[in-house]
Design a protein around this ligand. Structure first.
Ligand code: G4P
Length: 529
């Protein structure tokens, strides 16, 4: 098949959700439609249940699962669809944020009862930074939830995006009768159906007596009123606005009952973007370019602690990636080749000879890669837009075994390169501050340092709550600020200065008092604090 045809087939996206909204269930149903799995229950939930925070066996098991489900590929209607998995636990949210840099669009799952939850908002903020196109799936319609109009208002308000319903529910909870497709004019009748792929879909005009006799006069009238209202309030679906990340089409359904998923998938296939162009420090790279480029967005340690090798996940951005061909590792200025690049299917992996834009390949790594590294055919460019986000918890690493100082240094360095947590260095004394978004990450680090590097450490809590990257057009003003605030200044992995603020109030005061210094909540300086 020609390169152009391969490119046009690719759709690469992630499913995002607040934990428990139904991400794993929806992923599974999509794989079922794609024929990638045969039975429900084949995809393991990659979440660590709250009750097992200290259960390391669970964490180890989890790491095994998440390698296997890092990318799930299936074919549907002549398309090759790559789902990039994101961790279910909020303590690993940063991993999710990075994965979002490697997709071209997302499907956001909302629980119809809970609406927009804390993690939903944060994930959407990351999508908004990059104008990632979003499709919304309102899940669990088989349970009593909020009214659909209220939900749509809440989505618009809290997620700062325009919405456009594509399907519309007839009731919810025990009275849930199904969804009406607003553009196709088809009624899909609800039935609890966990594995079957066919749905009961019939074409009806909104005012047809047949529809009324099927769902009842009262519900038919309500549906007519709702549709009239929808057409009055919402503009027609505008694909251009969707592709710019300004408008989200909305679907209603019940993932666990396998209901409403096909409409979602069909629309996704019609409207979602092909592999998009990506920005580098030098120029925009188009997916159609013949020369290969790609970047690493995730690194996964080998689950066997006796081996230090890792799998780096590389997103192909342009050209054809070929097995055993030498490519340039731009940061190290080093030629590397990979004789066993992997591609992942739902529950297996296979060695691939070629990969195309949108694809993700797993590369065996013996320590060459950091998150964000770029590979090319020789051109010196670096993909941008793979930022670090401000952690929420900060602790100093204290060496608990002076005989193992070197092991500790190496372990902390490698784990931070892998993206397990962020490492900041404070002076004097080269003190190591670890920043995370959750408790669980500290437990993972302590456990892995001991078991993989033989290093013992303990953590000392620090009172900071936010890290802000600093820049200024006036180098002197920046130097002066750094000198004065030395006790609150740390350096990130690329030696950029970072201000560690104890409270939002302190941060605001410092911003007001130092107008020449710019404070950024991500390392890519897109979002201003
Ligand atoms: P997550 O990955 O977003 O965290 O959510 P997940 O799919 O694991 O779903 C969370 C819970 O919600 C699961 O129940 C799942 O069965 C349920 N669920 C998903 N979709 C629907 C739906 O459409 N309707 C209803 N009523 N429930 C749904 P659980 O009890 O946590 O796990 P399980 O024992 O059922 O697997």
């Amino acid at each position: 098949m020609s390169f152009e045809k391969e490119l046009k087939k690719r759709r690469t996206f992630a499913i995002i959700a607040h934990p428990d909204a139904g991400k794993t269930t929806l992923t599974e149903k999509l794989l079922l439609f794609g024929g990638a799995i045969q039975t429900a229950g084949a995809v393991k939930s990659n979440k660590i249940k709250k009750s097992t925070t200290s259960d390391f066996m669970e964490i180890e098991k989890q790491r095994g699962i998440s390698v296997a489900t890092s990318v799930m590929t299936f074919e549907y209607k002549d398309l090759k669809i790559n789902i990039l998995d994101t961790p279910g636990h909020k303590d690993f949210a940063e991993d999710t944020y990075r994965t979002l840099t490697a997709v071209d669009s997302v499907i956001l799952v909302i629980d119809c009862l809970k609406g927009v939850e804390e993690q939903t908002g944060k994930l959407m903020e990351v999508c908004r930074m990059r104008d990632t196109p979003v499709i919304i799936f309102v899940n669990k319609l088989d349970r009593e939830g909020q009214g659909p109009f209220d939900l749509l208002d809440e989505l618009e308000e809290k997620l700062d995006i325009r919405v456009r319903p594509i399907t519309w529910p007839v009731n919810g909870g025990r009275n849930f009768k199904g969804v009406y497709h607003l553009t196709d004019r088809k009624m899909n009748f609800f039935a609890v159906n966990k594995t079957r792929l066919e749905e009961d879909i019939f074409k009806y005009d909104i005012d047809s007596p047949e529809l009324a006799s099927k769902i009842g006069e009262k519900d038919a009238l309500q549906l007519q009123e709702d549709v009239e209202l929808i057409e009055g309030i919402y503009d027609d679906f505008d694909r251009e606005a969707y592709l710019k990340g300004q408008l989200a089409p909305v679907f209603f359904g019940s993932a666990v009952s396998n209901f409403g998923v096909m409409e979602l998938l069909d629309t996704f296939c019609q409207v979602s973007p092909l592999p998009i162009s990506r920005q580098t420090d030098k120029r925009l790279v188009l997916p159609t370019e013949k020369k290969f480029t790609g970047f690493v967005f995730k690194i996964h340690a080998n689950i066997d602690p006796r081996h230090r090798d890792r799998i780096a996940f590389l997103r192909v951005c342009s050209g054809t990636f070929e097995r055993s061909k030498f490519y340039e590792h731009v940061r190290l200025d080093k030629k590397l080749r990979f004789s066993n690049p992997y591609m992942f299917m739902a529950d297996s992996k296979e060695v691939v000879d070629e990969a195309y834009p949108g694809d993700v390949v797993g590369l065996y790594d013996t320590g060459n890669f950091k998150i964000g590294d770029t590979m090319t055919e020789g051109e010196e460019l670096q993909f941008t837009g793979i930022p670090s986000f401000s952690p929420e918890l900060f602790r100093e690493v204290i060496n608990a075994d002076p005989m193992k100082t070197k092991q500790l240094e190496k372990g902390v360095q490698q784990l931070s390169e892998e993206g397990v947590a962020q490492l900041f260095i404070m002076q004097p004394g080269n003190r190591k501050i670890i920043g995370t978004v959750g408790e669980l990450q500290f437990e993972v680090i302590e456990h892995r340092l001991l078991h993989e590097y033989g290093a013992k450490c303990r953590f000392e809590a620090k009172p900071y709550s936010k890290a802000c990257w600093l820049t200024s057009d006036d180098p002197q003003a920046l130097d002066e600020f750094i000198r004065l605030k030395n006790n609150f200044i740390a350096y990130d992995k690329d030696e950029n200065p970072v201000f560690l603020a104890e409270t939002d109030w302190i941060l605001r005061m410092n911003m007001e008092n130092n107008p020449k210094v710019k404070f950024h909540t991500t390392s890519e300086f897109k979002v201003m604090a």
